[in-house]
Design a protein around this ligand. Structure first.
Ligand code: BTN
Length: 327
C-alpha cells in the first residue's frame, strides 16, 4: 500500500523533526483530523515500510537508524524526467528483470523501472544467481526503448556500466573500476553487477531491460562462502549505512544523463568514459567464454569488443565472457 495525501504530510512532519518525537496532538491539529485518524494513517505508513515508533507520552517519530525504502520515498527524491517516472516497487519479486520484461511486453513506456527490496531468484550474467537478501541492497531494472538496430543493443551494457560507476563515484567519492563488460569493482571486489536483456525484431529493438544490482548496506562478512570475499558494499567501503532511496535516485539520474548523451552524441562518448573506468589494460588476463583465451589485455575496440594479444603475438577479439587477471 502506498501512502498518499495526509500520510505524506505526516511523513514530512516526522522527517522535519529529524528523529525527534512529534505529538499525536500536534499532528491531529496540523491536519485537522482526530487522534484516531492520525493513528490509522500511522498504521498505513508502517505497512508501506516506514519505521514509525510511538511513545504514549511523546508521540511518534521515525526510527533514525532505519532509512525507508519504498515507492514514495524513492519518488520524492527523483530528479529525472524519464527514468523512474513510471515506478513499480515490490517488497519481494522473483527477478526485477523478469517483471520489467513482462511490463515492457505489455507496453510499459521508456524509462519504466522496477525496484525490489529482495529477489527470490535474482539472476546474474552467464546463468549465475544474484544473491538478493532483503533490507540491504538495490535491485532494479530499467526498461529502455532506444531506436537502434539489434546489433547495437550491447552498447547499453557499456552505457549502464558508465552510469552506475558515475553514480557510485558521485555519491561516495570512491572511484570504482569497471571490469569488462560491466562489473563494478572497488578494491578488486564486486560492488555491483549489470544484466542487460533484449527483446528485438529483425531490424529493430523492441526494448532493452537493464538490470542493476548494487550492494549498499550488506554486511559482506556474513555472506555465503561463494559470495563473501569477492563482494563488497558501500557500507563496507565507507564504514556507514546509506539511504538506498538516495543512492537509487542518483543512479536513475546518472542513467538518464548517459541515455540522453548516447541519443545526442552516439556510442563513442559512452565508450570514451567507459575506458576511463576500465582498469585492465596491459594486464595479463584470461577470458572464459565459448573458449578460454589467455594473453595481454589491449582494451576494447570501437564497438566494445575486448581485444587480447596472445603469447604468439596475434590479436583476438572476444564478444562475451568472464575476465580474470592472472597474477
Ligand atoms: C552480474 O552477474 O554481474 C549481473 C548481476 C545483475 C543483478 C541484477 S539485480 C536486479 C536485476 N534482476 C536480476 O535478476 N538481475 C539483475
Amino acid at each position: 500500500m502506498e501512502p498518499h495525501g495526509k500520510e505524506l504530510v505526516i511523513v514530512r512532519l516526522l522527517k522535519e523533526a529529524r528523529g525527534g518525537y512529534v505529538s499525536g496532538e500536534a499532528i491531529s491539529h496540523r491536519l485537522g483530523i482526530s487522534r484516531t485518524a492520525v493513528w490509522k494513517h500511522i498504521q498505513t505508513l508502517r505497512n508501506s515500510g516506514y519505521h514509525v515508533e510511538s511513545s504514549p507520552r511523546k508521540g511518534y517519530r521515525l526510527n533514525p537508524s532505519f532509512q525507508p525504502f519504498n515507492a514514495h520515498e524513492i519518488k520524492s527524491l527523483l530528479t529525472t524526467e524519464l527514468v523512474g517516472r513510471n515506478l513499480h516497487f515490490r517488497s519481494s519479486v522473483d527477478s526485477t528483470n523478469t517483471l520489467a520484461a513482462a511490463l515492457a511486453k505489455d507496453g510499459a513506456p521508456d524509462g519504466t523501472v522496477v525496484v525490489a527490496d529482495s529477489q527470490r531468484s535474482g539472476r546474474g550474467r552467464l546463468g549465475r544467481r544474484w544473491h538478493s537478501p532483503e533490507g540491504v541492497n538495490i535491485y532494479t531494472s530499467v526498461v529502455l526503448r532506444p531506436a537502434i538496430p539489434p546489433h547495437e543493443a550491447h552498447h547499453f551494457t557499456f552505457l549502464a556500466g558508465v552510469a552506475v560507476a558515475g553514480a557510485v563515484e558521485e555519491y561516495s567519492k570512491v572511484r570504482p573500476v569497471l571490469k569488462w563488460p560491466n562489473d563494478i569493482l572497488v578494491d578488486g571486489r564486486k560492488l555491483g553487477g549489470i544484466l542487460t536483456e533484449l527483446s528485438s525484431e529483425a531490424d529493430r529493438v523492441n526494448f532493452i531491460v537493464v538490470g542493476i544490482g548494487l550492494n549498499v548496506n550488506m554486511d559482506t562478512k556474513r555472506l555465503p562462502d561463494d559470495v563473501s570475499g569477492v563482494a563488497t558494499s558501500l557500507k563496507d567501503i565507507t564504514g556507514r549505512e546509506h539511504s538506498r532511496a538516495e543512492v537509487l535516485a542518483g543512479l536513475y539520474s546518472s542513467l538518464e544523463k548517459w541515455y540522453k548523451r548516447f541519443q545526442k552524441d552516439g556510442f563513442h562518448v559512452v565508450l570514451r568514459r567507459w575506458k576511463e573506468y576500465f582498469g585492465f589494460e596491459g594486464r595479463r588476463i584470461v577470458v572464459k567464454g565459448r573458449e578460454v583465451i589467455e594473453g595481454v589485455c589491449m582494451g576494447v575496440d570501437g564497438d566494445g569488443t575486448l581485444v587480447v594479444t596472445l603469447p604468439s603475438g596475434t590479436s583476438r577479439k572476444v564478444v562475451a565472457g568472464d575476465l580474470e587477471v592472472i597474477e
